[in-house]
Design a protein around this ligand. Structure first.
Ligand code: GLP
Length: 246
């Protein structure tokens, strides 16, 4: 492949040119996942740029999820991000199966609770109504990708707390065991940083970028809420897609 040179006359910052150049090689597959990238020193020599410029290019590629660093070894090409369509009401299990990955979970917490305040309002709970809380780390081919906390209205699925959700889809269980069909959901996405706990569980550095969705799911009547779930996805592994029409 012809080597793209940086253009020092260009108004485009040098670090940006180097970064875009590497990004193109990653996206086109010239550099493959887990392949080592040129070091800061290599970039410095090759392009006649400063060490700081080279470092900035690599740091930005890392924060955008294109590369990962190994302490004392260098930068490597990251696996491509998982593209998550936001317009479909699918389960984690379905999303992973669609990609040919093996879905899995580690159950962190599972209990029947009573809740108050906002959560209760959103789920339109009646007074004293019990909620099934399920907190899981979600895995794809054994790689931890997300932490999900689901709150389900227990009155629609009494006894759900008896199931082991390690190898079991929640949506599938609702359908098969309780005859519950889901109708629609309202979902938001926001950015945040990994707490120490989430970072440890998801195998990333504390403070890494995360994408958190909150999904309120309704039954087929479109107005009875059944589940409120917060899912925190690794920002380095996910890209959210939305289709817009006009
Ligand atoms: C998605 C949603 C969650 C939902 C989960 C069910 O990840 N964000 O709100 O609880 O799917 O997944 P599964 O059926 O695989 O347990």
């Amino acid at each position: 492949m012809k080597e793209a040179k940086v253009n020092k006359e260009s108004p485009v910052p040098l670090y940006y040119q180097v970064k875009e150049n590497l990004k193109e090689k990653i996206e086109s597959g010239v550099l493959e996942p887990n392949e080592r990238l040129p070091s800061e020193r290599d970039l410095e020599n090759k392009h006649g740029i400063s060490r700081m410029t080279a470092r900035r290019a690599l740091t930005e590629l890392e924060s955008e999820g294109y590369v990962y660093r190994e302490q004392g070894k260098g930068s490597y090409v990251a696996e491509p991000k998982l593209r998550q369509a936001l317009s479909k009401l699918t389960s984690f299990t379905e999303d992973m199966q669609d990609r040919g990955l093996e879905p899995g979970a580690e159950v962190l917490n599972k209990e029947l609770i009573t809740v108050e305040d906002q959560l209760s309002d959103k789920l339109m709970l009646q007074s004293g109504e019990k909620v099934f809380l399920l907190r899981r780390v979600r895995l794809a081919d054994n790689e931890p990708l997300a932490i999900e906390t689901s709150h389900l209205r227990n009155k629609f699925c009494p006894g759900i707390e008896e199931f082991d959700f390690k190898d079991r889809s929640l949506y599938e269980t609702l359908k098969r065991e309780f005859g519950i069909n889901l109708g629609r959901a309202e979902q938001s996405v926001e950015a945040n940083l990994a707490s120490k706990f989430k970072a440890d569980v998801l195998n990333v550095e504390k403070g890494s970028p995360m994408l958190t969705t909150e999904r309120l799911t309704f039954l087929t009547d479109g107005e009875t809420p059944i589940e409120l779930a917060r899912s925190t996805y690794r920002g380095d592994r996910y890209k959210m897609l939305v289709e817009l029409r006009r």
